[in-house]
Ligand binder design. Structure first.
Ligand code: AMP
Ligand code: ZN
Length: 111
């Protein structure tokens, strides 16, 4: 738990939120500023700043398993996943998260 980290507060229930999906170490909730009709954030409960600091392979697996479980639960088979790592890549919240977006066309390469 990192003080003043919004995702720590959400993941640990300090800010009441509705989870689309939850496993032992991961929560999935809706992005507050959705960039697609469905825009989920897949977030570890423990505070990890970026993908560069994620070394726990079991947690890596659990994060991807949560992507699959949450999309399956919502009946979504086609989706875009994004991990912004570092300011230069557009990361704004420094608590690791996987964006999962669906429900519209996505261009490639990503902007
Ligand atoms: P990033 O730029 O990859 O760090 O993405 C941060 C994401 O967190 C953005 O899509 C924001 O809309 C989202 N966000 C920020 N605060 C909240 C919040 N309180 N609840 C849900 N999503 C949030
Ligand atoms: Zn945090």
């Amino acid at each position: 738990m990192s003080e003043n980290c919004i995702f720590c507060k959400i993941a640990n229930g300090q800010i009441p939120s509705e989870f689309v999906y939850e496993s032992d170490n991961v929560v999935v909730f809706n992005d507050i500023n959705p960039q697609a009709p469905t825009h989920l954030l897949v977030v570890p409960k423990v505070h990890i700043e970026t993908l560069n600091e994620l070394n726990d392979k079991a947690l890596m697996a659990e994060l991807l398993a949560a992507v699959k479980a949450a999309t399956k639960k919502l009946g979504i088979s086609d989706y875009r996943t994004v991990i912004n790592t570092g300011k230069g890549a557009g990361q704004e919240v420094f608590h690791l998260h996987i964006h999962v977006m669906a429900g519209r066309e996505f261009s490639w390469p990503a902007g």
